[in-house]
Design a protein around this ligand. Structure first.
Ligand code: BGC
Length: 745
């Protein structure tokens, strides 16, 4: 078992060492070669490199554009023969022979689909994220794709936002670890090697803070919050050598990201010294008009270029306007030259000048057994056991009643963003359970045809059939299309008649196991009462069926932990564990049904909670049960006082107190109880996933530097403030034990 006990600084240092090869892979003469090419380019050819088009097929208009040097990169072409044909036009028939880059949204696999990123995050196992990204890069690059628009490292604290499916959850630390793992997996140690793709860290920035969880919506993020929560995963990606970034659709404090010189020039290029390629989001330069920030597309082109967006994806704003904007002095040619340098640098790093073509002898290599195995393991480790009264793992069951709209949903279990997925390759839970228990022992009736189905007419027959079984396995959740881009929901409960169906199934009098497969947290308060166990999986991909069969049967033990809080009801969002304490934290609550009639105004104690939802989530960040139990000892510190440049180690003994070998995730949380800006009640600073045999104990050790406790104050300064700090090591953010205290002097 690989161990993760990563203090932030060492994490970045390791990533940078790994990335060093990537950055210099094209050779030390890269910059000279860039300058040489640049000196030969006309202004039109320069602007052509900044133009990215969505291209399908080899057709005359595209051939003309490529030969004429009017396009620098294409997205969405995945036929290697077409890739090679278009590349030949660029390399052999354009004046300067500059190769194209072919890009695609390969978000959680190309053909072999892994769990959606938030599901990968639920594994708390970055080596699996890295492996999945490596598989994605190998498959996609064998079809000619050398640039993926992934990973998304937007922090998501609002479960209504459909795009949280594409990221790693609510926490900056966990997101940073997982984002870096994805970059390593895609890019390897040398981007010019076959089987690699340029990563694209997106969406820069603040996209997950969209107001009300409505996609594309405005965001308002004060600078300390921006720097402490939203920027860290991007900063880490930049420092680790992520080859590209994408800016976001949203405006941030009134300025759309595509025109945000503060973010793109001052922070990304200036403070972080990043020299990669920054691409707009799809038409996001053009959308500055609808935002009310640009008068027209021409104005938008000037704003985008001057703010530092190198490549215009599909807005045609640059191709139509940049030449004349340079000619009239609105955009300096030096700005254009820098943009072109960034594009050419990526082409050199990818080795495209030397090896522009897909090798047809090894093209289209998909579904290697090891890739399918990695997809299954990732799905297994992503399973989060939310409740269990002992019904799981299944024991002594002869007949199983399998039901629900996600039991055999070959398309939908793959989740959002899998354009290249072939649904016939998907193995569903129904298929895997039939294989495991024998087809004759599995009774199947869907009950509901799809997740939004409201037709209750099959319930009676299903309940009658369920009575012939020893256990009911209900597979529900959300179809793929209910999360992802532009698919936000205002109600995040199980859609359609699913809860009504669970009520009906409960009446069958058999143990009821609810498996929820979804793209976001789902509110499950009633389902918790109705079910003997709830197993949650974010859309698990190609191998979701075998993974679920293994977990349900006990062949695999669930060890996933929530990467995002699960609210009781949607009115609690935004909900995240690292919230502030308020001046009136809640210790005791009077809930709505307990308030006496005509009670006085102050009868509830005047503390901070919801009368109808209390304070806590239904299931907190970091939470997830196992088929065994774990005991955490009292953490021991190597020092109780450190200087502002010092560090200490935290050791904690973890014991498997149950009867099966299983993994758990030891999580290190810290609180700064007195600071010049009120700090969150807890912040994750490290974690370690470990496997323990029954009765086995192991000591986990974290290194915590005073620098890990830094935050940004209202003057934008990063400070470590002396004082007492509290610390916990536990296996969920709920941290039920008393904290340990140490001091920074
Ligand atoms: C999405 C990006 C994606 C791009 C290209 C946009 O709509 O926001 O995440 O990479 O399309 O497909």
């Amino acid at each position: 078992m690989k161990l993760y006990k990563i203090a932030y600084k060492s994490l970045i240092a390791a990533a940078m060492m790994c990335a060093a090869g990537t950055v210099h892979a094209a050779g030390d003469d890269t910059e000279a070669r860039i300058e040489n090419l640049l000196s030969q380019m006309t202004l039109q050819e320069k602007v052509g490199q900044l133009n990215q088009l969505s291209g399908y097929g080899y057709h005359q208009a595209m051939v003309d554009a490529v030969r004429g040097g009017a396009v620098g990169s294409l997205l969405n072409e995945v036929n290697p023969e077409v890739v090679n044909a278009l590349q030949r036009e660029a390399v052999e028939n354009s004046r300067l022979h500059i190769p194209l880059i072919f890009a695609r949204d390969v978000i959680h696999g190309f053909k072999t689909i892994f769990p959606i990123p938030v599901g990968q995050s639920a594994t708390w196992n970055p080596s699996l994220v890295e492996e999945g990204s490596r598989v994605a890069a190998a498959e996609a690059s064998s079809a000619g794709v050398r640039w993926t628009f992934s990973p998304m490292v937007d922090i998501a604290r609002d479960a209504r936002w459909g795009r949280l499916a594409e990221g790693y959850g609510e926490d900056p630390y966990l997101t940073t670890v997982m984002g870096l793992a994805a970059v390593r997996g895609y890019q390897g140690d040398d981007l010019s090697k076959p089987g690699t793709m340029a990563a694209c860290v997106k969406h820069f920035c603040g996209y997950g803070a969209s107001e009300g969880g409505r996609d594309y919506n405005t965001t308002w993020i004060p600078e300390p919050l921006l720097r402490d929560v939203y920027l860290p995963p991007f900063k880490a990606g930049a420092e680790a050598g992520a080859a590209t970034f994408m800016c976001s659709f949203n405006d941030i404090n009134g300025v759309p990201s595509s025109g945000n010189a503060f973010l793109l020039r001052d922070v990304l290029r200036g403070e972080w010294g990043w020299d990669g390629l920054l691409v707009s989001d799809w038409n996001s330069i053009g959308e500055m008009v609808a935002h009310g920030y640009a008068a027209d597309k021409r104005h938008a082109a000037a704003l985008g270029a001057n703010a530092g967006v190198d490549v215009d994806m599909e807005a045609h704003a640059y191709s139509d306007n940049l030449v004349s904007l340079v000619e009239n002095g609105t955009v300096p040619v030096s700005v254009i030259d820098d943009m072109v340098r960034n594009v050419l640098r990526l082409k050199f790093r990818l080795g495209l000048f030397d090896n522009p073509y897909v090798d047809m002898a090894t093209a289209n290599r998909f579904y290697e057994p090891a890739s399918l195995d990695a997809a299954r393991r990732t799905a297994e480790e992503s399973a989060v056991l939310l409740t269990n009264n002992g019904v799981l793992p299944l024991k002594n069951v002869k007949k199983i009643f399998v039901t629900g709209p996600m039991a055999d949903a070959k398309h939908d279990q793959n989740g959002t963003w899998c354009f290249d997925m072939e649904k016939d390759r998907t193995v569903t839970p129904l298929e895997a359970l039939r294989e495991m228990y024998g087809a004759d022992n599995v009774i199947y009736m869907p009950g509901l045809a799809y997740s939004r189905d409201r037709d209750t007419s099959h319930f009676d027959d299903a309940v009658a059939a369920a009575k012939a079984a020893d256990v009911i396995l209900y597979f529900g959740g959300e179809e793929a299309v209910l999360s992802g881009e532009a698919h936000s929901r205002a109600d995040i409960s199980l859609p359609g008649a699913q809860t009504a169906y669970l009520r009906a199934l409960k009446a069958a009098g058999r143990p009821l196991v609810t498996v929820v497969i979804a793209g976001r947290p789902i509110t499950l308060p009633e389902e918790k009462e109705l079910s003997d166990a709830i197993l949650f999986m974010f859309h698990p991909g190609t191998m979701g069926g075998p993974a679920l069969a293994n977990v349900l049967s006990g062949k695999a033990v669930p060890g996933g932990k929530l990467p995002i809080s699960f609210p009781r009801m949607v009115g609690q969002v935004p909900m995240y564990y690292a919230h502030k304490n308020t001046g009136r934290p809640t210790f005791e609550m009077t809930l709505i049904d307990d308030i006496p009639l005509e009670a006085g105004q102050t009868s509830t104690g005047c503390t901070s909670y919801w009368l109808d939802a209390g304070l806590d989530p239904l299931f907190p960040f970091g939470y997830g049960l196992s088929y065994t139990t774990f005991e955490y000892g009292v953490p021991e510190l190597s020092a109780t006082e450190i200087g502002t440049d010092g560090s200490l180690t935290v050791s904690c003994t973890v014991t498997n107190t149950g009867s099966v070998t299983a993994t758990d995730v030891a999580q290190l949380y810290v609180r700064d109880p007195v600071a010049s800006l009120a700090r969150p009640v807890k912040e994750l600073k490290g974690f370690e996933k470990l496997s323990l045999a029954p009765g086995e104990s192991r000591t986990v050790t974290f290194t915590l530097a005073a620098d890990d406790l830094a935050f940004h104050n209202l003057r934008g300064e990063r400070v470590v403030e002396p004082g007492d700090f509290h610390l916990w090591v536990d296996n969920s953010s709920a941290c039920t034990k008393q904290p340990i205290t140490f001091k920074v002097k």
